[in-house]
Design a protein around this ligand. Structure first.
Ligand code: PRX
Length: 648
């Protein structure tokens, strides 16, 4: 690991909202007296009924309960739009950059107000009101932001499903949250290729509970030919003609759910992570302002998709609550060429850019040429999120992309945390390439060993968080017990992140990756259990075990050990068939990178698969397999080693 330290440059500090002394002071205040700290910062959003209670939270076994600003009432859309109209109605709220470099548009706050009001009325006309769930399966077009904010305006709860998920995955999410309305587009457009979104919705609906979905609203994006079911499906532009753009906002309790977002865990099917209104918005907006050192007039670009939490908190809610100009990009980093990111930065004078290590690594592969032919003079802050950033990629980001002028914020957080928890602040934090550095205000990281003993000082262990912060998820939709089981049962009275970390002498955190059965592929979370259950559903497969392994571009790749039914032989054709099967079943992000046919899997005598051994073999780390004598059939290990797939 690199131990290089990069000082805060004078230019960063001079411009920044806070310096190190101020960070220290605010951090100390935030953890010594969270009530007072958050009572003050809770006022950064507008409340129709001000809160008098600030923090009512418990991580105690049997009583996991998280409530912030509980007796206050507010509306997220009003905070993201209406309250800015007087001062910045004509300022651009959203810059939309299409897949095609010749297509872009600016949407002012006033226009956003009208668009969201209209979309809200279209939903209201179809019976959507407070507490109703609406599934969004949309490409990166402005209507995705309109739809999110329209739901928020009505007090409805959106559940976005990433456009890369399959009809099956979409169906289980629509069922899971009981959405009566789905908003989609005819087709998406990415890197010049069309994505059949409406056709996928049609497939999905065949698999959801009969008569659950009453309305499908279809935004016309490509104009492609799609089937429309009379009575159920309507084009958005036609429905929009029937309504006005004036829609009253429903003031909701601070703890009213804002959205559900499905995410993968160690076991079972994805969980519906529930985020609520008041605390979430306070936290998303505050982190957006401080972490990116956002100033009025800055142009800010986060390259995530709204299908992931990063898109929720740092394309839509955080920036818009701050009255920012946020850029929304429909395309991919390599289309039409791998200069695209940098060209977009020059085209729109982007000051703050936030992307994922996997994108940086893949662009790094193309050399400096495609970067150097652009100016990038507007850039000031560069952010990273989604997975550990390796020091080589960090250096390239800092030296080549930012030309040593820009500060880098390596932001660690999760779908569950709602916002960034560990991160540098541009004017305050010395940087170490590869370290997410220090906790944000109100966040108390705790390192524990496998037995749950709290570790002091420099150490390596499992990362937990002591005490709540306002952006924390509140429950798993419809299954509070699973919430407690997943996050609070491993270590008592602590939130367990599922990540391993090191803490160095300066108290800096270095996230080392997941310690559970979650794989992080190109910054996207995948549960090994999900991929396994897809593989065993194939008629030729009797058993499967899936683990992650280091992958140069993706961070982690998916390695699947597959046992076929008696008498069947595996070959490359079957490998291909299984990859296609999983892609179709879950989505392209779940595609196994390597498949090893294994006559037997290493199991304990009680029949439990020893994943530790499978992980080591996938990593080509045979020296440290540990004790294999407790296996029911120790010989299977030799076969697995002999026939391992070359990870190239
Ligand atoms: O393992 C950590 C990794 O991504 C996981 C969370 O994934 P997800 O819920 O999909 O949210 C991703 C975007 C917030 C974490 O448990 N992770 C995220 N950011 C970092 C990271 N690992 C190391 N460094 C990061 N900056």
């Amino acid at each position: 690991m690199s131990e290089k330290v990069i000082d805060v440059q004078d230019a960063w500090r001079e411009r920044a909202l806070i310096d190190d002394a101020k960070y220290q002071e605010m951090y100390a205040a935030s953890v010594s007296d969270p009530e007072t700290f958050w009572a003050e910062h809770g006022k950064r959003i507008d409340w129709s009924t001000p809160f008098t209670k600030v923090k009512e939270t418990s991580f105690a076994p049997g009583n996991i309960s998280i409530k912030w600003f509980e007796d206050g009432k507010t509306n997220v859309a009003v905070n993201c739009i209406d309250r800015h109209l007087e001062t910045r109605g004509d300022q651009t709220a959203i810059i939309w950059e299409g897949d095609d470099p010749n297509e872009s548009k600016h949407i002012t706050y006033r226009q956003l107000h009208a668009e969201v009001g209209r979309m809200a009325n279209v939903l209201r006309n179809r019976g959507v009101g407070k507490g109703d769930r609406v599934t969004l399966y949309l490409p990166m077009i402005p209507e995705a932001a309109y739809a999110m904010l329209a739901c928020a305006r009505l007090g409805a709860i959106h559940a976005i499903v990433f456009g890369g998920f399959s009809p099956d995955s979409l169906a289980s999410r629509i069922n899971g949250c009981g959405s009566k309305v789905v908003i989609t587009a005819d087709e998406g457009l990415r890197g010049g290729r069309k994505v059949p979104l409406k056709a996928n919705v049609d497939e999905a609906i065949k698999r959801v509970e009969k008569d659950l979905v009453e309305h499908v609203i279809v935004v016309k994006r490509t104009g492609g030919d799609v089937a429309m079911e009379p009575g159920r499906d309507v084009y958005y532009h036609e429905a929009a003609e029937q309504v006005t753009d004036d829609c009253p906002a429903e003031q909701v309790e601070a703890e009213h759910p804002l959205f559900i977002l499905y995410t993968s865990g160690s076991t079972g099917q994805p969980k519906g992570v529930v985020h609520t209104t008041g605390g979430y918005l306070v936290y998303a907006s505050m982190t957006h302002q401080y972490v990116f050192d956002y100033h009025d007039g800055d142009v800010y670009w986060c390259t995530a998709d709204v299908g992931w939490v990063t898109g929720h908190s740092y394309i839509v809610y955080g920036p818009l609550a701050n009255g920012a100009t946020t850029l929304m990009f429909e395309g991919i980093p390599t289309y039409p060429s791998n200069s695209r990111f940098w060209e977009v930065i020059d085209k729109h004078n982007v000051n703050i850019f936030y992307t994922a290590p996997t994108a940086i690594r893949s662009l790094m592969g193309g050399g400096e040429g495609p970067v150097k032919k652009t100016s990038r003079q507007s850039l000031r802050v560069l952010g990273s999120v989604g997975e550990p950033i390796n020091p080589e990629a960090w250096d390239w980001y800092y030296n080549v992309v930012g030309e040593r002028r820009c500060s880098i914020v390596d932001t660690w957080w999760q779908t569950e945390t709602g916002g960034i928890l560990i991160t540098p602040l541009p004017g305050a934090t010395k940087l170490k390439p590869g370290s997410a550095t220090r906790p944000f205000f109100g966040v108390q990281p705790v390192m524990v060993d496998a037995e749950g003993k709290e570790l002091e000082g420099k150490c390596e262990g499992n990362l937990c968080i002591k005490d709540s912060w306002p952006g924390q998820m509140r429950t798993v939709y419809g299954d509070h017990e699973r919430f407690e089981q997943t996050y609070f049962s491993t270590y008592k009275n602590l939130y367990f992140t599922g990540d391993g970390a090191r803490r160095d002498d300066d108290g800096y955190y270095w996230i080392t990756g997941r310690v559970d059965d979650v794989i992080n592929v190109s910054g996207h979370r995948m549960g090994t259990a999900e991929v396994e259950s897809s593989l065993v559903a194939h008629p030729k497969v009797s058993e499967a075990a899936v683990v992650g392994y280091p992958h140069n571009l993706k961070g982690q790749g998916i390695y699947a050990y597959v046992t076929l039914n008696e008498g069947l032989e595996g070959d490359d054709a079957l490998r291909k068939e299984l990859v296609t099967w999983v892609r179709k079943d879950i989505g392209p992000i779940a595609s196994p990178d390597l498949i090893q046919f294994a006559p037997g899997l290493p199991k304990t005598r009680s029949g439990k698969i020893m994943r530790r051994i499978l992980r080591k073999i996938a990593e080509d780390d045979f020296g440290s397999l540990g004790d294999t004598s407790t296996l029911a059939e120790p010989a299977v290990v030799d076969d697995l080693i002999e026939n391992r797939q070359n990870r190239g």
